[in-house]
Every structure is written in C-alpha cells, then in structure tokens.
Design a protein around this ligand. Structure first.
Ligand code: NAI
Length: 393
C-alpha cells in the first residue's frame, strides 16, 4: 500500500528519526505495547543499524494530569512546537463544562489543518460491499474550519438571541428566536491549502484524480466556495499538471461531486475515485463510511498534518469498556506507524508491516472486533495479535 505523504530528500532518508509519542488513555497503553515493537522491528529488518526510530515520550491526557496536574502539560506543548513527527494513542475527552477536547486543542494549537486517511482493503476481511478491493482512496479532510470551528450558541442564550436579532433585523434573515445557532466559516486560504496538499499528493504518487467533495448546490457561499477555490488553486498553481474532468486526460484529473451523490458513487463506482479533498463535516462522515466499506474501521490509520508537524494516530477512541482487558486491536496504531514510515521515505519498512498485517489477517487469529468480521476466525488478545504481526515481518 502506498501511503507516502510528502517524500523527503534522499540524504535525509538514512538517519535516525525522533518520534515524540503520547501513550493515550483507555486502550492507549496496551495498543502501544503491542505496536511499538512491530515498528522498531520493521525498521531494523529493513535497514539494520542504519535507521532507527528514537522514541521520546510526552505526557498528555490522564497520565499527564496524574503526573503534572495538567492534561496537556507545558513541556509537551513545547516539545511538539519544535517537532516534525509525533504519534499518539487516543485521548479521552472528559465530560464536563468548559473542557475542550485535547485532540481539538492539539489540532488548533499546531494548526494541523489536514486530516489524511488512506482507505484500502485488506484481504480476508468481510466487507458489506461486493468489491471492497476496488476501494483505494485517500481522504484529505479540512480540519480547522466549517461547523467544527466551535462558534455555537445555545438555544435561548443571550448570545443566540443577540445574533438572531441582528440576523433578523439587520440582514432580513428568517430564523426562529428559539433556534440554537452555529456558524460555518470556510475561507479561500483554508480551502486552498487543503486542496494543495491533496493535489501535491496525487501528483507525487501518480494518482489518477482529485475529487472536490462539497454541498455547494445548497450552501453556495461556504461549500460552493470550497469548490470554486479548489478549482482556482488548481488553475493558478498546477497548469500543465492537472486537467479538469472532461477537458482532456493529460495530468491529474480534477473533478467535483456533491456530497450526497458522492456517498452513492463510492459505493457503486469506487474505481472512479482516488484522492478526495473535502470540507470538515463532509470529510468526517465520508472517511468513516469509506473505512466501513472496506470492513476495517478497527484498522484505519490516520494523520493530522500541518506545515511543520505530522501527528499520526489511530482513528478509534479510548474504547473504555475494553480498556485494560487485552482485547483491543492494535492494528490501527501499527498502520498509523507504517504511514509515518512512508511519510519519511522508509518505504521498505512500511511495506514489511503491511505484508505482516495481511498475513496475520489471513491466519484468522485476530482481535475481537475483527473476529466478528472474518468467518472461521479465532479471537486472540491485543498482545498476541501484535506478536503475530511481529513474527510475520
Ligand atoms: P471508540 O472508538 O473509543 O469506541 C467505539 C467502539 O469501537 C467501542 O465499541 C469500542 O470498544 C470499539 N473500539 C474502538 N477501538 C477499538 C480497538 N482498537 N479495538 C477493538 N475495539 C475498538 O469511540 P467512543 O466510544 O465514541 O469514544 C470513547 C472516548 O474516546 C471518548 O472520550 C472520545 O472523546 C475519545 N475519542 C478519542 C479520539 C482520539 O483521541 N483521536 C477519537 C475518538 C474518540
């Protein structure tokens, strides 16, 4: 599987790499215990002593709070400010007034504006669709704007009333006074930098197309803006390298689809889609739906990336009901690590991991979540599944 994001110059490939890591809450510690030996062993197998991952732990979440009194300690934030590579386990969002999600805080503070998720089928997993093997897509989801920007006012609050009054009185809008209100900001700059990452990726990896997914037929100024700015960027910066759908075949095809049609299309014609660039909310829905299409929500890797820092993480949460029971699937963290290895140009090590995971799945001795999806499978624990992948390297 080709998960490279931005290739580094050759001279930077043979070296040690510092990876800052956060263990995470819930199943975090156990999936790390299973995953990290796999990553180190794959690097050792591929490069002997030439390349090594230098792991530096950073405290965060419950462990951070227990040791420093802060969920995101100052030392962690300082280290990440100068970091290029980081990996994290899932972090709990404690329920309570005023507690911001740690994940959202990290994304905002380090401006990790692109959430990138490759979605490809692993043989042996039972999928709800007929041809999951045709799914080979990489979703680039904008991570900082849209209705996720956090500008929301509760129904009946003084803020909501004030805003509604302004919209009704000054702007002639028709909104009921009891409405809860959220704001959906989408900017040209925010859209263009995301689409740029997607087009760069497509060119770098000879992908056939980039599809802009939007709901611009209804939300013209925001989602429609995203579409228009995406095409604008393609025309301004990629002349000769990209071509609009229907206008030729020389270069990466740029096309767009309305989000609801896209959900149909990825089910019916997955072979027509490769790289997808989309707004925050659409991307949230679409990446989970696609992962389910290949039957592999438990195996889906991901990265949140800005211009400086790439923060790799599994896409699942802390799974509190199975935490500490040696039941979690470490696959998503292992594959996020493989994605990081591709990102730094260590393709051989990443390929070893993909092959080893595939073999482990074929052996049908898998964690509880996958056992439910593979007929004739036997359930094994988190640690044993990790060891199986390790032994298959
Ligand atoms: P979740 O992903 O933790 O769990 C959803 C379901 O999937 C549960 O049935 C769980 O047991 C199962 N599951 C998740 N990961 C698994 C794995 N590796 N192996 C086997 N089964 C697995 O999502 P949920 O319950 O919505 O969230 C729990 C907590 O995690 C919340 O505090 C939430 O804020 C946090 N969270 C953190 C994320 C992150 O750090 N990036 C992402 C999603 C949720």
């Amino acid at each position: 599987m080709d998960h490279t994001l931005i290739p580094l110059p050759k001279e930077e490939i043979l070296s040690d790499k510092t990876v800052y890591y956060i263990e995470g809450d819930g199943i975090g510690p156990e999936v790390w215990r299973a995953a990290r030996p796999v990553l180190d062993a794959a690097v050792a197998k591929a490069y002997g002593n030439d390349n090594k991952l230098q792991w530096v732990e950073l405290l965060a979440g419950e462990k951070g709070y227990a040791e420093t009194g802060e969920h995101l300690p100052k030392a962690t934030m300082e280290a990440l400010a100068g970091a290029e590579l980081a990996m994290k386990g899932p972090l709990n969002t404690p329920v309570g007034e005023g507690f911001r999600s740690l994940n959202v805080t990290l994304r905002q503070v380090f401006d990790l504006y692109a959430c990138i998720r490759p979605i490809k089928y692993f043989k042996g997993i039972e999928s709800p669709v007929k041809r999951p093997d045709l799914v080979d897509m990489t979703v680039f989801r904008e991570n900082t704007e849209d209705v996720y920007a956090g500008i929301e006012y509760q129904s009946g609050s003084p803020e909501a009333k004030k805003l509604i009054e302004f919209l009704v009185d000054e702007m002639g809008a028709n909104i009921h006074e009891t409405a809860g209100v959220g704001i959906k900001p989408i900017t040209p700059a925010g859209s263009k930098r995301l689409v740029k990452k997607a087009i760069d990726f497509a060119i770098e990896h000879s992908k056939p197309s980039v599809t802009l997914v939007h709901k611009g037929n209804i939300m013209k100024t925001t989602e429609g803006g995203f579409r228009a700015w995406g095409y604008e960027l393609a025309e301004e910066e990629y002349k000769g390298q990209v071509v609009r759908e229907g206008e030729g075949e020389d270069g990466v095809i740029i096309k767009d689809r309305i989000a609801d049609a896209m959900f149909q299309n990825v089910l019916m014609y997955p072979e027509q889609y490769s790289v997808i660039a989309t707004t925050n909310l659409n991307g949230d829905y679409l990446s989970d739906a696609l992962a389910a299409q290949v039957g592999g929500l438990g195996l889906a890797p991901g990265v949140n990336m800005g211009d400086n820092l790439a923060f790799f993480e599994p896409t699942h949460g802390t799974a509190p009901t199975i935490a500490g029971k040696d039941m979690a699937n470490p696959g998503s963290l292992i594959l996020s690590g493989a994605m990081m290895l591709e990102h730094i140009g260590w393709h051989e090590a990443a390929a070893l991991i993909h092959a080893a995971v595939e073999t482990a799945l074929a052996e049908k001795k898998v964690t509880v979540d996958l056992a439910a999806q593979i007929s004739g499978a036997t359930q094994v624990g988190c640690q044993e599944f990790g060891e199986r992948v390790l032994n298959n390297l």
